[in-house]
Design a protein around this ligand. Structure first.
Ligand code: SF4
Length: 231
């Protein structure tokens, strides 16, 4: 009996060492691919990188830290990877089935928007460019929300059942949003704000438009499409 247990424990030990070795080798390959992708600005083997980085996120974070990769750089890479992987599928979804979530911090600090069950309702007061951008995006056929709190997105997804979404926010928010979209079975695209913080943040509206226009035929884009001036 003792011999049986000893053999069993030895087997478990060997399996654990083998698993750790496999994880280490995979993690090193992912690290090399990530660093090469960041340096060259091109994504190498994105279909391997994405599930790998997600499955081994804890190990990869430690490895990235060990080689001096900043958290921001890593988050930016995650977002770029997600966007690249999702772009084609996103482009194939009709605009009426896409939704855009804007963070409330893009608004002017003296924003008079009303808080409603459908998020903050912009009054087009002209103090910031959010109202202008919403008009343009709604003109393209998008449903656009200004997000007042963390549980809001899930509630609107449940209510309106979009098939794709664009999330705007800081790096960490966008990364989490893309992961949430994945979990909900939606195609998510992220646009990272230019300035982080809680008040009067900035987004490059043209970057948001580039994503929003993916897959739209030229005939669906109004000739007078007016890009809001950057703040
Ligand atoms: S334009 Fe809209 S979002 Fe911007 S400050 Fe006015 S009401 Fe608020």
């Amino acid at each position: 009996m003792n011999q049986t247990f000893a053999t069993l424990f030895q087997l478990i030990g060997e399996l654990a060492v083998l698993t750790a070795l496999v994880v280490l080798v995979v993690a090193l390959v992912l690290l090399a691919l990530t660093l090469a992708s960041i340096r060259s600005g091109r994504l190498y083997f994105p279909s391997l990188l994405r599930p790998g980085l997600t499955a081994l996120e804890g190990v990869m974070r430690a490895l990235f830290k060990a080689v001096g990769l900043e958290d921001q750089e890593m988050l930016g890479f995650f977002v770029k990877l997600g966007n690249t992987m999702n772009a084609q599928a996103f482009a194939e979804i009709p605009v009426g089935e896409r939704t855009i979530f804007l963070p409330q911090c893009l608004r002017n600090a003296r924003c008079p928007a009303d808080l409603t069950p459908e998020g903050l309702r912009c009054k087009r007061c002209g103090r910031c460019t959010v109202g202008e951008a919403i008009d343009t995006l709604e003109g393209l056929g998008y449903r656009v929300f200004i997000v007042p709190g963390s549980s809001f997105i899930k509630r609107m997804v449940k209510k309106y059942r979009p098939h794709a979404l664009i999330g705007v926010g800081c790096l960490a928010e966008v990364k989490e949003g893309l992961e949430m979209a994945d979990r909900l079975g939606l195609i998510g695209m992220g646009v990272v704000s230019l300035k982080e913080g809680c008040v009067e943040t900035l987004v490059d509206w043209n970057t948001l438009y580039e994503v929003a226009l993916l897959g739209l035929p030229p005939s669906a884009v109004p000739e007078d499409l007016h890009l809001p001036a950057e703040e």
